[in-house]
Design a protein around this ligand. Structure first.
Ligand code: PAF
Length: 280
């Protein structure tokens, strides 16, 4: 695996791959790689001839009281994991300037109204920051495809919308959520959970699944949201939101075969967990 940390070297390698006619896939991450990230790399491997993973903890997507400085940094373990999967290139920019050299051009890149609901409501500006880094990585890499996890459903939706406008030839692949054996969705932030919270955390997903059954019987969204919220609170979760939306992040219509998603974010002690479940 070739490891690069400057934009200049990265661009040089990208140009070489392009001149060789390689099909390039991009897997952007913030590192602290777990099996969820590795599943994205595996999907990328199957669908392209060269896989590039990026590791960059993007300061623009963290609020001022958030965990930018404490976000887990595990570069040498991450490199080992990527090497085992035969990832071709790791781009791990050594500074912000190796990504955002043209930040002025990005001022107008905003996630818009759908970036201000759900997680965007509790993390103002978060999705603007995500779109800015992804826009830069797409522009630098010009990949044929890029893989993102469905676990961050709103992020995936907003990246797809942005890519449609600015990178119309790029294919965005959605990868299924990877869970531990108890059902907890894998996330780098799970490493913040202590032993007791680790035992409680899987209940989050169970309550969401139970909520979908409740909706099927009650046929009443508001009542179901209250039911789920009460259940989460009873189990020590502080609820940020519980929301039933369609694939366009709009209000669902019941009694249709449309794809519906139950999305939720909670806090357990100081740790924010997000999860979602699709159903029809
Ligand atoms: O999901 C993440 O890890 C990050 O938000 C992403 C997409 C790598 C952008 O920094």
């Amino acid at each position: 695996m070739i490891i690069l940390d400057t934009q200049k070297d990265y661009k040089k390698h990208i140009n070489l791959l392009k001149s060789q006619g390689e099909i390039i896939s991009l897997v952007p991450t913030m590192g602290n790689l777990h099996d969820g990230h590795l599943s994205l790399v595996k999907i990328a491997k199957k669908k392209s001839s060269k896989v590039i993973t990026t590791i960059f903890i993007n300061p623009l997507q963290f609020g001022k009281d958030e965990d930018f400085t404490s976000y887990p940094r595990t570069m040498s373990q991450d490199v080992d994991k990527l090497q085992k999967l035969n990832c071709d290139i790791l781009f791990a920019p050594k500074s912000k300037n190796e990504v955002f050299n043209k930040i002025d051009n990005l001022k107008n890149l905003k996630a818009g109204p759908k970036g201000n609901i759900l997680c965007g409501k509790i993390r103002p500006g978060h999705f603007d920051g995500v779109l800015k880094v992804i826009y830069m990585l797409f522009q630098l890499t010009e990949p044929d495809l890029s893989v993102f996890g469905v676990k961050d459903f709103q992020q995936l939706y907003l990246i797809k919308q942005m890519a449609k406008i600015y990178f119309p030839k790029l294919k965005i692949i959605s990868a299924p959520t990877i869970r531990n054996k108890n059902g907890l969705a894998l996330s780098s932030r799970n490493s913040y959970l202590d032993k007791t919270s680790m035992e409680i955390a899987p209940v989050f997903y169970k309550i969401l699944l139970d909520g979908i059954n409740y909706l099927k019987n009650s046929n009443n969204v508001e009542e179901t949201v209250n039911y789920i919220t009460t259940n989460l609170e009873k189990n020590s979760f502080l609820v940020n939101y519980v929301s039933f939306l369609n694939a366009e992040l709009e209000k669902i219509k019941l009694n249709t075969s449309d794809k519906k998603i139950l999305l939720s974010s909670v806090k357990l002690e100081q740790t924010r967990l997000i999860d979602n479940v699709e159903f029809s």
